[in-house]
Design a protein around this ligand. Structure first.
Ligand code: SF4
Ligand code: SF4
Length: 505
């Protein structure tokens, strides 16, 4: 039980895993700093409890999974969802690093831990202090470092840290009190540098960068994968859908089996050596010709990669899919989009009631012996290794035999914010980055689309730039075999620097 009289004045909030020595150390340090009058609360033992300080409810996250997932750099939308889950204005969590983030008048206060340093190069471990502010209903947040001997303050393994926190490794923290009252402006301690917008002079000239260097180009080594966009209509309207699909967006129309067949004929006629046909949308299973197109590709000996959200549109074709899998299962992969391993963050992106049908669809595919891959996203702000561990636990729970640490079986796509500054890729970048143009998707793939109102499909450089006419290369695969100039922020952020690809065979 807490001493509610003492709590009215404030609290020492620590993550001590129930160790009496930790509590004593916190109380001794707090007394030295003039906080002897405050209650000491080990928050790891207080999951889902709410304490009241100066008339403000403060939710203690305890061992909630969010505690390790939220960082100072966590994207705003994700942070809002995590705060909503506690239904409180203030959440205190035993996070991996100490920080305080004031967001839309609410606060996430991570105490840090008494078991590990803040990775800031100083031999200190951390606890949090919340005290009553000067007026009723206001608070002051602080962090206190406790000396920890025999430590250089740096972590040997930083794999659980998001990239912004990784950049702050070795930068000593200088804590300062943060005053808060309802409606307080957004604030974060320690400071994370805001992303710069992209400069207007970048990504303009097809051959020369804003800095006057020759822009990188990528030649088509071989058309290993041909993507077919089946149409942009989708049963969902995901918040960050790269192709802006919705139940109403038909800018890319339903392509027909005959149109797809003509490209498969061209591959055979010109002996292009293409191994894989990928189908993407929108939701491909909304296109009534989808099974015919799949069968055409499979019966000609191609591998087929089907991208789907595994929801109702796919389930309309259960019988046909099972039959295709019986005949061609060794060459058929169903890649299901699951934006996060938690229902809350998946639905934040994909909308309410999108989680359960997707999980059900995944389990149906697994039960019926399909080879399943999963496409996730890193938009939660977590590190890749933390995300993969989260997916591993989910797959084990739902009985899905997908190796979450295999980057092909679980592909994690980086965020594609074209408005955030990225360097332009010059010819010299390949050497500097130790990368080869052959590693980039447009060295081995193209995408066929049928624009609404067009009399014939067109071939684009890749799956990512469906509406940018500079990346429309021709009507036929032969016309579309010209080199591609990397003249879009996605080229830098997603492909060259982010290293992602829609298909890695
Ligand atoms: S399910 Fe896929 S295609 Fe449909 S809106 Fe979501 S991300 Fe876009
Ligand atoms: S976005 Fe990637 S695959 Fe597309 S053109 Fe640019 S580098 Fe090539």
């Amino acid at each position: 039980m807490f001493d509610s009289h003492k709590l009215a004045l404030g609290a020492l909030l620590f993550c001590g895993a129930g160790e009496p020595a930790a509590r004593d150390a916190v109380i001794a340090e707090a007394a030295r700093r003039g906080f002897a009058h405050l209650e000491a609360v080990d928050i790891t033992a207080c999951e889902a409890q709410v304490i009241e300080i100066n008339g403000v409810g403060v939710a203690l996250a305890g061992a909630s999974p969010s505690a390790a997932r939220v960082f100072a750099s966590t994207p705003a939308r994700v942070l809002a969802a995590e705060l909503d889950a506690f239904d409180a204005a203030i959440v205190v969590a035993p996070g991996l690093l100490p920080f305080t983030r004031v967001f839309e008048g609410r606060v996430w206060h991570s105490t840090g831990s008494l078991a590990r340093t803040a990775n800031d190069g100083a031999p200190r471990v951390w606890f949090g202090v919340i005290t009553a502010g000067e007026t009723p209903g206001s608070l002051v947040f602080e962090h206190v470092g406790l000396a920890k001997s025999a430590s250089d303050g740096l972590w040997a393994d930083c794999s659980m840290l998001p990239k912004d926190e990784l950049k702050m490794r070795g930068q000593p923290l200088t804590p300062a009190p943060i005053a808060w009252a309802p409606g307080a402006p957004d604030f974060v301690w320690p400071t994370i540098t805001a992303a710069k917008p992209i400069a207007r002079e970048k990504f303009v000239h097809p051959e020369i960068t804003a800095g006057g260097d020759r822009r990188a180009r990528v030649a088509l080594d071989q058309l290993r994968t041909l993507w077919i966009n089946t149409g942009t209509l989708c049963n969902l309207s995901c918040a960050s859908c790269y192709i802006e699909s919705t139940p109403r967006n038909d800018r890319l129309a339903y392509i027909t089996p005959a149109e797809v067949g003509a490209y498969l004929d061209e591959i055979a006629r010109d002996k292009l050596g293409t191994r894989e046909i990928g189908f993407t949308g929108g939701e491909p299973f909304l296109n009534a010709g989808v099974i015919e197109m799949m069968e055409d590709a499979l019966s000609r000996g191609f591998d087929v990669m089907m991208l789907t959200n595994a929801m109702k549109p796919m389930r309309r074709f259960e019988e046909e899919l099972v039959a295709l899998n019986q005949r061609y299962g060794a060459r058929l992969t169903m890649r299901v989009s699951l934006d996060h391993y938690t229902a809350r963050l998946h639905e934040l992106e994909r909308g309410p009631r999108s989680w359960a049908p997707a999980i059900d669809g995944l389990q149906w595919l697994a039960r019926n012996g399909f080879r399943v891959h999963v496409a996730g996203r890193t938009y939660s702000g977590e590190s890749e290794s933390a995300a993969r561990e989260g997916y591993r636990a989910l797959f084990a729970e739902i009985g899905l035999a997908v190796d979450a640490f295999d980057p092909v079986a679980l592909v994690l796509f980086p965020e594609m914010d074209a408005g955030v500054d990225v360097p332009e890729i010059t010819e010299a970048c390949w050497g500097i980055l130790h990368k080869s143009p052959s590693d980039v998707m447009c060295a081995s793939s193209r995408m066929v689309v049928k624009r609404k109102g067009a009399d014939a499909p067109a071939v684009l450089a890749c799956t990512l730039l469906a509406y940018d006419e500079r990346f429309e290369l021709g009507r036929t695969l032969a016309e579309a075999s010209a080199p591609v100039s990397l003249n879009h922020p996605h080229c830098a952020k997603f492909c060259v620097l982010g290293g992602a690809a829609c298909s890695r065979s």
